[in-house]
Design a binder for this molecule. Structure first.
Ligand code: HEM
Length: 178
């Protein structure tokens, strides 16, 4: 997993709880990297799991709540860091479709070792309702929900987001515009 995910996670923790908390969870997590992340480095995704589990214990907040909050925070950082990927689209549903067909394709060109999820998008019922089927061996469904919420905020869209686990280890997100 790319270092930018870790540096943004630790930035979020620092903003919410201060640097001592960053120090505490790094120490408690016993990380192979030692917690010294650089944005372009690559680290085991299990390190983020350890950090989140320790943050959950320290703050008495459930892991899924933290992961969703992180996804939301991360979207705004990615939007600032890669503004050109977002300027391409205007409509939120078109934008979300482009995560698979354009944004993550460009990310993979920039960072060939990036580990990205797979999205299958369709609009089976209405042009105002997007179905996104998320698949990833890293199972970051909660981060994904947060990223979707962050993009809705960014686009000022008031869509509803529903979630459903599918049989084949995938998660369906249904985003519906009013
Ligand atoms: C400007 C927009 C975006 C950029 C630049 C971007 C870039 C990235 C990068 C660099 C990673 C880390 C890859 C790694 O660690 O190896 C990542 C992971 C991920 N991205 Fe995006 N992304 C964007 C938008 C989105 C949106 C809107 C979604 C959700 C619909 C999304 C879903 C995910 C998920 C769930 C992961 C975690 C890896 C996994 O689940 O396997 N991304 N993205």
């Amino acid at each position: 997993m790319k270092g930018i995910i870790f540096t943004e996670f630790l930035t979020m923790v620092e903003q919410a709880h201060g640097f001592d908390m960053v120090d505490t969870i790094i120490e408690k997590s016993d990380l192979p990297s030692g917690g010294a992340y650089t944005a372009v480095g690559t680290y085991a995704h299990t390190e983020i799991v350890s950090l989140v589990v320790n943050l959950s214990q320290e703050t008495s907040t459930e892991v899924p709540v933290l992961l969703k909050a992180f996804g939301q925070f991360l979207f705004h950082s990615l939007a600032k860091g890669y503004p050109s990927f977002i300027a391409e689209s205007t409509n939120i549903l078109d934008f979300l479709e482009q995560v698979e067909t354009y944004i993550h394709v460009e990310v993979k060109k920039l960072y060939p070792d990036a580990e990205l999820p797979k999205f299958e998008c369709s609009r089976p019922h209405s042009p105002n309702q997007l179905h996104m089927v998320y698949t990833s061996i890293r199972h970051m469904e909660d981060v994904c929900e947060g990223l979707i919420m962050g993009s809705l905020e960014h686009f000022g869209a008031h869509a509803t987001v529903e979630r459903q686990s599918l049989d084949d280890d995938a998660e369906l997100f249904i985003i519906t515009l009013p």
